[in-house]
Each structure stands twice: as C-alpha cells, then as structure tokens.
Write a protein that binds this ligand. Structure first.
Ligand code: C2E
Ligand code: CA
Ligand code: CA
Length: 276
C-alpha cells in the first residue's frame, strides 16, 4: 500500500507542476494581451420569450492566440483575478462594448448589452473610475452588469457601495449563475438587483429532468415576486422553450438560438431577426 501511495503522489505532483507552469505561462502572456490587441468581444443574443425577438446580448470575452485558437475565459479570467490585471481587462471590455453598441445602434438596435463583472471588480473603486472616464460616451440604461454571488460575498459592504452608486447613475445589475451559490436570498433581499439569470446547469436538461424543472419554476416564481425579470441561460432545445414560456420566463439565451458570435455576425443576426 505504501508503494502505491508513493506512486500516486508522484503522478499528482507532476500534474501540479504542469498546471503551475501552464498557469505561469498564461499569466505572462496575459500581461500583454490588451496591448497586442488579442482580445475580442463576442455577442450572444438574449431573446424575448413572448415573441422570439432579439432583446439584447451578453458580451463574452475571447482571447485569440497567434495560431488562431482561443483560450477560454474560464481559464484566463481566474488568473487575471489574481492581480490588478482583471481591472484593466474589465475596463477594456466596457470601453469596447460601448464602441460596439454605437455601431449596433446605427442598425436600429435598441437593446441592452450585458457585461460580466469579475468578483474583484466590486471590491474597490476601479469600476467607478473607469466609468467616470468614459461617462460622456455611455448611456447607463443600455448596460446591465452581470455579477455572481461570490463577487459580492467577499466584501459585501464595498460591493453594495459600488452597486448602489452605479444603480443611482442608471446602470442595472443581473444576478448571474443563480442557484449555484450559498447565499442568494439575503443578496436578493438587500441589493439593488433587477434581474436573475438561472444557471445553465438547471436549464440545459430541464425537458427531461423533473427536479430541474421544479427548480426553474421556483426561481421564476421567486424572481417575479421580487419584481425582477428572469433570463434562462443554456436553452438548447425547443421543448425547454415551451416549458419556459408557460412558466412565464421573460428572456431566453442559449445555443438553440445562437452561440456567442462576432460583432459582424451579430449584426447579421439583427438584420435577419430585427429587434422588436
Ligand atoms: P457566464 O457568464 O455564465 O456566460 C455564459 C457561458 O455559457 C458562455 O461561456 C456561453 O458561451 C455559454 N453558453 C451560452 N449558451 C449556452 C448553451 O446553450 N449551452 C451551453 N452548454 N453553454 C452555453 P463562455 O463564453 O465560455 O464564458 C464562460 C464564463 O467566462 C462566463 O460564464 C463568465 O463567467 C466568464 N466571462 C466571459 N466573458 C467575461 C468578461 O468579459 N469578464 C468576466 N469577468 N468574465 C467573463
Ligand atoms: Ca454571464
Ligand atoms: Ca451564467
């Protein structure tokens, strides 16, 4: 037994080294990604459940590599969060999204853009400073910030302060990945949240999963009781759409309608499916 334990440890530590090295390599490359213009914004339509029109879009960050491949945000955002780099990235995303919004508006787009914030963005005044600098270019009513519970929990006092200030300026907040955290109810009660996004893990298989159907139904009921709108993300099939419509879900997002696409492709979607 001792022998096999030793062997396991060896495999484990090699894995660990490999991960640590990969992590370091990404952290180094990430430093220059903004300057080298390697970031690109993708857009995924958010659909109005009542008439299947395009209501808005979620802005999703992509990091393009020299060989044309992409490193997914789930991989590099957590690394960026370990330094102040995340603030530069968030600020870049906001600026770029606002420039893109001006382009979409010329096409008659009137919807909102949903921008993801990272946990650390609410823990200091960086976001307020960033938005102050570009205040002249932004219509706050067109921007919804998506935040997760964990983003707010580390320093709830500071997070509340930033959120309240932004809501007073006209921005809105959506509570992302709802149902996966531990502290949703006090946050919903105490914070200025306008919208709930049901985590995709409950939605993806809801057509064949009774428990997930009950959870989704309950979240929609809760959201409505709190005067919040609801987005179901991870909508992949027609049966789920029917169920979500009957449940009174306001907005739908998922591969069934469209994967996240480039700005140019999103413009084509708008042309094909004009916003209501
Ligand atoms: P998220 O905020 O939950 O974003 C939704 C993710 O679900 C996206 O992955 C999207 O491509 C994926 N998705 C959408 N519809 C479906 C579907 O029908 N089925 C399935 N299986 N997946 C679907 P993506 O773009 O890889 O982003 C992953 C995460 O990275 C995001 O999760 C968000 O937490 C983070 N992220 C992305 N962009 C940004 C950003 O600009 N800033 C920050 N801080 N985080 C970001
Ligand atoms: Ca999101
Ligand atoms: Ca989400």
């Amino acid at each position: 037994a001792a022998k096999s334990r030793k062997r396991h440890w060896k495999i484990y530590s090699e894995d660990l080294n490999k991960n640590a090295l990969e992590h370091l390599a990404i952290a180094n490359k990430l430093q220059n990604a903004i300057d080298k213009q390697q970031f690109q914004l993708f857009y995924q339509p958010i659909i109005k459940a009542s008439n299947n029109s395009i209501h808005g879009a979620e802005v999703l960050l992509r990091w393009k590599q020299a060989d044309g491949s992409y490193i997914p945000p789930d991989t590099f955002i957590p690394i960026a969060e370990q330094s102040t780099l995340i603030h530069d990235i968030t600020c870049w995303v906001i600026k770029q999204a606002i420039e893109d919004l001006a382009i979409l508006d010329k096409q008659g787009f009137t919807g909102c853009l949903h921008i993801n914030l990272s946990a650390k963005d609410l823990h200091n005044n960086m976001l307020l400073t960033c938005l102050d600098k570009i205040a002249a270019k932004v219509t706050p009513q067109r921007i919804i910030f998506e935040v997760t519970e964990s983003a707010m929990m580390t320093d709830i006092k500071q997070a509340t302060k930033v959120m309240v200030e932004l809501v007073n300026s006209g921005f809105a907040f959506s509570l992302d990945d709802f149902g996966t955290g531990f502290s949703s109810f006090p946050l919903l009660r105490d914070l200025p949240i306008e919208q709930i996004k049901i985590d995709r893990s409950f939605v993806i298989n809801m057509a064949s999963h009774e428990a997930n159907q009950s959870i989704v139904r309950s979240i929609i009921f809760l959201a409505k009781s709190l005067n919040c709108t609801v987005v179901a993300e991870g909508v992949e099939d027609n049966t789920s759409i029917g169920l979500l419509q009957v449940m009174g879900c306001h907005y739908l997002q998922g591969y069934f309608f469209s994967r996240p696409v480039s700005l140019e492709q999103y413009q084509q979607l708008l042309d094909a499916l004009p916003p209501a």
